[in-house]
Design a protein around this ligand. Structure first.
Ligand code: HEC
Length: 192
């Protein structure tokens, strides 16, 4: 084999090793621009890992008199890229470039053959967090505490409505501060 082909092979081998190690940093080429603006990916429901659901209990569900007093007012479905859960199980942390998406759904409740049952209906919006272990965007008010933080409303999935994560996000995530601000208890796939 010629020396040049050997060198090419070596370079290819090295590149694929480094890709395997940093596969989530491509987030900073595809979903985050150079100023730190975050986009919502189109394909996460089909291609990403489903982490878990939060069910927001309804104080009084009125859709059906039989269902009254039961059920969920909303469901929150959380997704991340493939491989992130396995990374977390191994390292007990999220990799740089990991993205967590919480999709907000209205819930409908009705009697079914299994009991009084709630299911997700209309999508209301998406909360997105992007892991940043490098402190990339120090002057951008959507970034800090190791994450980028934004909310998209269903009416416009291309424009985030968040202006400042400190006033709009962090306060409510303080109970999860020791788990890197993430409510990990809802995602059993991270632990077994
Ligand atoms: C009213 C309190 C509240 C506010 C405000 C809030 N969060 Fe959360 N967030 C929570 C709670 C509680 C959970 C988990 C349980 C749930 O969804 O009900 C959560 C879960 C999440 C998740 C899923 C990952 C996780 O931490 O478990 C993401 C992503 C998220 N929030 C992003 C954001 C972003 C971005 C903002 C600001 C734009 C924000 N949140 C503002 C309370 C809040």
């Amino acid at each position: 084999m010629k020396l040049r082909s050997l060198v090419t092979l070596l370079i290819l081998a090295l590149t694929s090793v480094s890709l395997a190690d940093d596969s989530y940093t491509e987030t900073y080429e595809t979903l985050v621009d150079k100023d730190g603006n975050i986009s919502l990916p189109d394909n996460f429901r089909d291609d990403w890992t489903f982490l878990g659901t939060w069910s927001i209990a309804a104080e009084d569900v009125k859709q059906s008199s039989e269902a009254s007093g039961h059920g969920a007012a909303g469901l929150h479905n959380v997704y991340t890229q493939r491989g992130v859960a396995a990374y977390f199980r191994e390292h007990d942390s999220f990799p740089d470039g990991a993205v967590l998406i919480k999709e907000l759904l209205k819930a409908t409740t009705a009697p079914m053959t299994t009991g009084i049952v709630s299911h997700g209906s209309e999508v209301e919006g998406w909360f997105v967090m992007v892991k940043d272990t490098k402190g990339r965007f120090t002057t951008n008010p959507l970034w800090g505490d190791g994450w980028g933080w934004v909310l998209f409303n269903a009416s416009d999935r291309h424009t985030a409505v968040t202006k400042n994560f400190k006033t709009e996000c962090v306060g409510c995530h303080i109970p999860a501060r020791d788990d890197d601000w993430i409510y990990t208890a809802g995602y059993s796939i991270l632990f077994d």
